[in-house]
Design a protein around this ligand. Sequence first.
Ligand SMILES: *Cc1c(COP(=O)(O)O)cnc(C)c1O
Length: 398
Amino acid sequence: MKRTVIPEIKYKRLNPPERTLFGPDLSNSSPRARQGLIAILEGATDPDYLKVIEEARGLLRSLWKTANEDTFLVPGTEEAGMEAVLVNLLEPGETAVVATAGWYGDRLAEAVARMGAKVVKVEGEWGRPVSREAIEAAVSKHRPRVLLVIHGEASTGILQPLDGLSDIAHANGALLAVDACSTTALVDLKVDDWGIDACWSGSQKGLSAFPGLALVTFSPRAAQRFEQRKQPVSSYYFDLAGLRKFASDDRHHQTSPAPLIYALTEVLQLAYEQQMEYREGRHRNRRDALVAALETLGLKVLGEPAYRLPSVTVVEIPAGVDGSRVREKLLRPYRIDIGGGVGRWRDRVWRIGIMSHSAQPSFLIQFIAVLEALLAEEGYPIPRPGVAVRAAVAKLQP
Ligand SMILES: *Cc1c(COP(=O)(O)O)cnc(C)c1O
């Protein structure tokens, strides 16, 4: 008989270092979220726990300004939210129009194609929103089942205006579905007033909870479309009927991740206390301070200024500067994590995400001071030492 020898395992205590998260995918967790991880009611079907889920769903409706009954917290990453929307609203062979002017839009088009739907891409120039006229032309020509739009294109730093898009969709028998991953809780999103039929986001960017929950909502119009399907939804996990079961008294569809739900509920309460006007203004101010510092250094911030995201700023790496080396030095020893480019802007830009709990004035000033010093090390000409910090300080509001 063969005997398996289990080797002795040598491990070190983990001791993870602290980081300043200034990338586009994740913000530092809020103390409220950390508190939520610890102080939980352990249970998946306990009536007192179910009340917490109900509270979180209500707070999410308030955040997104919607009365949609079909509003859910789905265990999984943001892409779980995307999948939930796509599999419920589209059947194989149906058409979807995807407006894209960046890497996330292209990825969304790819996901639609993989599920067997026909994709019509409306491609815009990177660094600008996709034109309303081009979207209208494609929707009236192809009369798709769904029009898909990215609200905040985090590869280019552009905010896509959404007003009026639902009129275009609805006039042509289509639903409007929106990726709100890099805007939720940072930019006002009026789901009902803007006629959005489905949207999705995550827990770890604009809300500063932990990755692992997708946020999704479906309008009554989207629900009606779901009822009229010819074929059942191929995904058991994301089937709207299953998500509803999870949100009713019959909870055996999934065992809910209580720590993540508690953490999210805490930060949804915080967002409710702060209100969107304050949150959006605060993020626009941090973005303006960052842009002032970068431009004072002579760096080029990309994207049409009127359409720049408050959450993610995309800046060109200057000629002669090694972009990866600067990012590595920011991380070690300074513990500041920023993003690189993706897609066709891969080696061309840095992406700086200043979101939610990461949007601390002290974090921002430290980053700008270190960036100036590292650029000088790269041989980049700094106009005068300290100018970047001074430009940011002049803009920052409390
Ligand atoms: C972050 C983000 C996503 C989700 O991407 P991850 O794979 O979870 O990083 C999707 N869309 C947009 C616009 C995003 O900013």
